[in-house]
Design a protein around this ligand. Structure first.
Ligand SMILES: *Cc1c(COP(=O)(O)O)cnc(C)c1O
Length: 418
C-alpha cells in the first residue's frame, strides 16, 4: 500500500487545531517513521507543549516550573504612554511608572526595572564596579539555580571578586581588611535564598557593613517588600521572619537592593534595583540597561502590583491572597470537593511551601484532597492540565495554590481518574 500523501494526512488531523505548517511537520514525521497513524498523537503532543494555563495543585506557591507568581496581564491591542509624557507631550521615560511606584512602596529614593534579578545584579556590577574590586563573603558565593552563580555573574560584569571570610564564618574585620587593601567599589551581600548554613556560623549584617565607608549592595532576591507586611490584615506570617525585606535592608544602610519581581513580590518576571538615586541613575545610563529593559506588558503588570502594595491590598496580589488563606477555608473547599467525588477521594491536611528558592525548610499548613495511587500523568494530560504531588503512593491536590474558580476543574479531573 502506498503511504498517504503528507498533505492529505495533515488535512485529516486538522481538528487538532494547529496551523497547517505544524500539521504538515507532524504528518511528515509520522510517515518518515513508517507509522502514518501516529500523526495525530504527534500533533497533539505539539499542541500540549504550547504555553498554556495550568492548574497548580502542588501547594508550591512560587513554582519555578509553573512561572513562579501567578499574575494577571492585560493584553488588549492598544497603544500606551510607555515612553510618552502626557503632561508635556514629549518623550517620557519607560522606567517611570512601575519603578517609581515600587520605590515609593519600598521607601527607596529611586528604582529601575530590568528583566530579572540576575540582570539587576549584572547591571549593578557593570555600571558601578567595572575593573574595580567587589567584596563578597565566601558564605555568600551561592548558586541560586537556573545558572545564577555569583562568581560567574561577577566575571561577566568585569568586576573583580574579592572573597573574604570562610564558608561558615565571616566577620566585620574580614571586610575591613579588604576595604583597606583593595579599594573596593562595592560590598556585595547576597541572600543565600535556597540553602542555609547552620551551627558554627557568623555573618555580618547590612548595618555593620554600611559603616565601612563603601556602598553596600544587598541582593535580597526574594523581594519581600516590607517585613511588617502592612498589605496583610492578619500581619506577617511566621514563615517570612527569616527573609530579608527590601524596606528594612535600605533602612539598615544598603545603598542599593536588588530583587526579583516574581518571587515574594508576587508580580511578573522582572528584576528591580532600588535605593540611592545617584547610583540608580548610573545603572540606568549604562548601555546594558537598554538591553535588559522589560516590555510594556511586564511594566503594566508590575505597576498593578506596586499600586496594590501602596493600597495595602494584599488580596489584589494573587501570591499573597493564596499564601494568607486560613486552613479552615481550604478544608471547607476540600470537603465540598471530596463529597462530590465518591469514596476514593478524601480530605487531607498537607503542607504548602512558598517555593521560588525562598525560606528553605519552612512550610505553610494547608488542606486538600488525596486519591490512592499515582494519577499525576493522567491529571497532567487533562484539559486544562492539573499539576499535583504524589506522596507515599497517594496523589495529593493542595488547594492553597488553586484558584477557587478552578475547584470545578479539579472535580472533573478527579472524576476522570477515580
Ligand atoms: C532568585 C534570586 C536571584 C535570581 O533572580 P531571577 O529573578 O530569577 O533572575 C538572584 N539573587 C538572589 C539572592 C535570588 O534569590
Amino acid at each position: 500500500m502506498r503511504p498517504p500523501s503528507v498533505d492529505a494526512l495533515a488535512r485529516d488531523i486538522a481538528d487538532v487545531g494547529l496551523p497547517h505548517p505544524l500539521l504538515v511537520d507532524a504528518a511528515r514525521r509520522a510517515i518518515a517513521a513508517g507509522a502514518p497513524e501516529s500523526a495525530r498523537a504527534l500533533a497533539e503532543g505539539v499542541a500540549r507543549s504550547l504555553l498554556q494555563p495550568v492548574v497548580n495543585a502542588t501547594g508550591v506557591l512560587l513554582h519555578t516550573n509553573l512561572g513562579r507568581a501567578p499574575v494577571a496581564v492585560s493584553a488588549d491591542a492598544r497603544y500606551s504612554n510607555l515612553e510618552f509624557d502626557l503632561a508635556t507631550g514629549r518623550r517620557g521615560s519607560r522606567g517611570g511608572g512601575a519603578a517609581a511606584l515600587l520605590a515609593r512602596a519600598a521607601g527607596a529614593e529611586d528604582a529601575l526595572v530590568v528583566n530579572n534579578c540576575a540582570a539587576a545584579v549584572l547591571l549593578v556590577l557593570a555600571a558601578l564596579a567595572v575593573d574595580r574590586a567587589v567584596v563578597v563573603s565566601r558564605g555568600e558565593l551561592v548558586e541560586i539555580g537556573g545558572g545564577f552563580r555569583v562568581p560567574e555573574v561577577m566575571a561577566q560584569s568585569d568586576a573583580r571578586l574579592v572573597e573574604v571570610g570562610t564558608t561558615n564564618r565571616t566577620r566585620r574585620a574580614d571586610y575591613a581588611v579588604a576595604v583597606a587593601a583593595d579599594d573596593p567599589a562595592l560590598l556585595l551581600k547576597v541572600h543565600q535564598s535556597n540553602y542555609r548554613i547552620v551551627g558554627f556560623t557568623e555573618a555580618v549584617g547590612v548595618r555593620a557593613l554600611s559603616e565601612l565607608g563603601v556602598p553596600v549592595v544587598a541582593d535580597v532576591g526574594s523581594g519581600l517588600l516590607d517585613a511588617a507586611t502592612p498589605w496583610l490584615s492578619s500581619g506577617p506570617p511566621a514563615w517570612v521572619a527569616e527573609e530579608p525585606a527590601v524596606r528594612q535592608t535600605l533602612a539598615d544602610g544598603a545603598a542599593l537592593v536588588t530583587f526579583s519581581g516574581d518571587k515574594l513580590l508576587g508580580g511578573p518576571q522582572a528584576g528591580v534595583i532600588a535605593g540611592r538615586a545617584d547610583l540608580v541613575a548610573r545603572c540606568a545610563r549604562h548601555p546594558l540597561a537598554r538591553a535588559l529593559r522589560p516590555g510594556g506588558l511586564v511594566l503594566g503588570a508590575l505597576q498593578s502590583t506596586a499600586l496594590a502594595y501602596l493600597r495595602r491590598d494584599g488580596d489584589a496580589i494573587p501570591f499573597w491572597r493564596m499564601a494568607a488563606l486560613p486552613v479552615p477555608v481550604l478544608r471547607a473547599r476540600a470537603h465540598a470537593l471530596a463529597s462530590g467525588a465518591g469514596d476514593r477521594v478524601s480530605v487531607v491536611d498537607c503542607e504548602s511551601v512558598p517555593g521560588g528558592g525562598t525560606v528553605p525548610g519552612l512550610v505553610i499548613p494547608s488542606a486538600g484532597v488525596a486519591v490512592d495511587g499515582d494519577h499525576s500523568g493522567s491529571l497532567r494530560a487533562f484539559d486544562p492540565p492539573v499539576i499535583v504531588r504524589v506522596h507515599d503512593g497517594r496523589t495529593i491536590l493542595d488547594l492553597r495554590t488553586v484558584e477557587p474558580a478552578d475547584d470545578a476543574v479539579l472535580a472533573k479531573a478527579l472524576a476522570s481518574v477515580s
